[in-house]
Design a protein around this ligand. Structure first.
Ligand code: MG
Length: 249
């Protein structure tokens, strides 16, 4: 019995060491950086973050743009033409990045690229966005470096359909159990910390189905400690270096 307990303790510590840090909208909380900027991706890579997340919209004329909000400087991206946006600048002075530029930059880095497709109001445009995102990732030879996440139920199914077999796709919206997502072939859950605190049992459920658990946006010590103790696989945060210190052996 004692040996069994020791073995379980060792296994638990091995499991904990596999927990990974994902920078939320890149590592932006630093001088010269900005959310969803090229700089934030480079910065995430420079600290050895396992992954760096960013958000993607498609303009009405089919250009994939990296931005969190549905609008940029008052212009709604999904109904705009790219020419309305192409001269826009981020807070750190960088041009508003296209997905292609973000991926080009990612090619030279090691960090995994966590691509969030935003839910578009226009369903057929969202389907085209999913198809285009996957095509662009393929064109740039990044299929093994990318994971997809989305709040859109249909969008998640589109990404799963278009991406090569085995590409991880995670759902963000929080209302489906791991079992329900397993039936759709998803890689796991990627849910808000508040949702996970209400459903801690989903962590074991996901793991028993061979799925992974990602939690966002985990910034406080209390939330980080909760995720670490519960064996969350991927922790998405605005404070990656603080989290790295906690996870360091
Ligand atoms: Mg996001």
């Amino acid at each position: 019995m004692r040996h069994l307990i020791m073995l379980l303790l060792v296994l638990a510590s091995v499991d904990a060491s596999a927990q990974e840090v994902i920078c939320h909208r890149g590592y932006w909380d630093r001088e010269g950086s900005a959310q969803n900027s090229i700089r934030s991706l480079v910065k995430a890579d420079s600290i050895g973050a396992w992954g760096s997340e960013f958000d993607v919209w498609m303009t009405a004329d089919g250009v994939l743009v990296v931005n969190h909000d549905e609008t940029f400087e008052g212009i709604t991206i999904e109904t705009a033409k790219w020419k309305q946006l192409k001269n826009m600048r981020l807070k750190n002075g960088e041009p508003l990045p296209k997905l292609e530029q973000m991926l080009e930059c990612g090619k030279g880095l090691k960090t995994r690229l966590i691509v969030e497709m935003k839910p578009h109001t226009n369903r057929s445009q969202e389907r085209k966005a999913a198809e285009k995102i996957v095509k662009m990732v393929k064109k740039l030879g990044l299929e093994d470096r990318v994971e997809y996440i989305t709040f859109s139920y249909q969008g998640m199914k589109d990404l799963k359909k278009y991406a090569p077999e085995g590409t991880p796709v995670y759902y963000l919206n929080g209302e489906l159990s791991p079992s329900q997502l397993a039936e759709l072939g998803m890689a796991g859950i990627d849910y808000n910390i508040g949702v996970m605190r209400e459903h801690p049992e989903w962590i074991d459920e996901a793991h028993s189905l061979g799925m992974k658990v990602n939690v966002w946006t985990v910034n406080s010590d209390r939330d980080m400690d909760w995720c670490i103790n519960y064996g969350v696989d991927f922790i998405t945060t605005n404070a990656p270096e603080k989290l790295q210190l906690k996870l360091a052996p």
